[in-house]
Write a protein that binds this ligand. Structure first.
Ligand code: SAM
Ligand code: SF4
Length: 341
């Protein structure tokens, strides 16, 4: 009792009594094109100078949502690439389409574009979200966002959001249900601050954190994050309770795994299926939603995970952070789903 849950998260769905995995797809994780107003050196994707040749258009995304709904999707997550509010019109159409289909949208934002119009829109639709905040120190924030003069804007927006959503806090059987969270990615740069950030969340923002994963831009910044320090090992070892992790279907091997990875299907911004929204290297090995039915794509992903777990187990709660993650790519290559690979 007295737990905290973020609406739409796997942990919340499980708490609310829903058995994940009964339908083929509980989560649809969609990546938007990797465009962003920030330049975080930690970024798990690559937002600098990357052009996507043939991104899904809104009509295709609406079709995707409809198909996913047929297979049981309850939540659309947008937490992979880029800043979702950067292309405001696209985002608004997407959330409207999801809400129309009775699909909840859970997304991550850097918080800089949460103006009052957007806040009103989010309140009026089936959404919940996390705002990324890795430090409360303005100078460190600039370093970690890779951009100047945004700290105060983000803090003001957080204040506006917390005021707007305060009356949306819900008590379910003595537990607090939130629509807005603060998400901090732990690295040696901010591990000492995590207590202060949790205090900052007080009782009206859901506090969450996760360890850094080495992908995208972050791969080029190993020195910056000193990933091999004892601090980093400590962060990796201290996963704690995470709003993503639920009971694992490979219980004997790893008791808790990311619910979106296990019970969802992740689609990249060009329609290619990914093993997880931050696992960009898996794109092009599984198949594209434009050509192949979602059920078949989900079967391919599940087969790859089953083989991977049988051979290598799971060393953490998600594939992107797993020490053997490159080996699942080899498994996919051997499956030869995509010709020419
Ligand atoms: C890539 S961002 C995109 C959404 C938005 N631009 C933001 O920063 O919140 C999605 C989520 O990934 C997290 N993230 C970014 N880089 C990461 C990394 N190297 N390891 C783990 N999570 C990361 C962000 O903190 C955010 O919660
Ligand atoms: S982590 Fe988010 S805000 Fe930072 S560069 Fe990546 S997409 Fe942009």
């Amino acid at each position: 009792m007295n737990e905290k849950y973020l609406l739409g998260s796997p942990t919340y769905l499980e708490f609310s009594g829903l058995e994940l995995g009964l339908d083929p797809i509980d989560y649809l994780a969609l990546n938007l094109p990797p465009y962003c107003n920030f330049r975080c050196p930690k970024c798990s994707t690559k937002v600098r100078g990357r052009k996507i040749k043939d991104p899904l258009c809104i009509d295709e995304v609406e079709k995707l949502l409809e198909q996913a709904k047929e297979y049981g999707a309850k939540v659309l997550t947008i937490s992979g690439e880029g800043e979702p509010l950067f292309n405001k019109d696209f985002f608004i159409r997407l959330v409207k389409a999801a809400t129309r289909l009775d699909i909840h949208t859970l997304f991550a934002t850097n918080g800089s574009l949460l103006d009052s119009e957007m806040i009103d829109f989010l309140k009026a639709h089936r959404t919940s979200f996390t705002i990324s905040l890795d430090t409360l120190d303005p100078a460190k924030y600039e370093l970690m966002a890779g951009i100047k003069n945004f700290f105060q804007q983000v803090m003001d927006n957080i204040e506006a959001v917390r005021k707007a959503f305060r009356d949306n806090l819900r008590d379910e059987k003595g537990n607090m249900i939130f629509r807005v969270g603060i998400h901090s990615i732990l690295s040696p740069l901010n591990i000492a601050e995590i207590g202060q950030i949790t205090d900052f969340c007080a009782d009206d923002l859901y506090p969450s954190s996760a360890p850094l994963c080495n992908s995208g831009e972050c791969n080029n910044n190993e020195d910056f994050f000193q990933v091999n320090t004892p601090d980093h090992k400590m962060i990796k070892d201290t996963l704690g309770k995470n709003f993503l992790t639920v009971r694992s279907k490979f219980a004997g091997i790893s008791p808790q795994l990311c619910g979106i990875m296990q019970y969802g299907l992740c689609i990249g911004c060009d329609g290619e299926v990914l093993l997880a929204d931050h696992f960009l290297e898996s794109g092009g090995l599984i198949g594209n939603f434009r050509e192949i039915d979602l059920l078949e794509l989900k079967r391919r992903v599940d087969d790859a995970f089953d083989q991977f777990v049988e051979r290598f187990g799971f060393s953490t709660f998600c594939i992107v952070r797993d020490q053997n993650r490159q080996k699942i790519l080899k498994i996919l290559e051997d499956m030869k789903y995509v010709s020419g690979v």
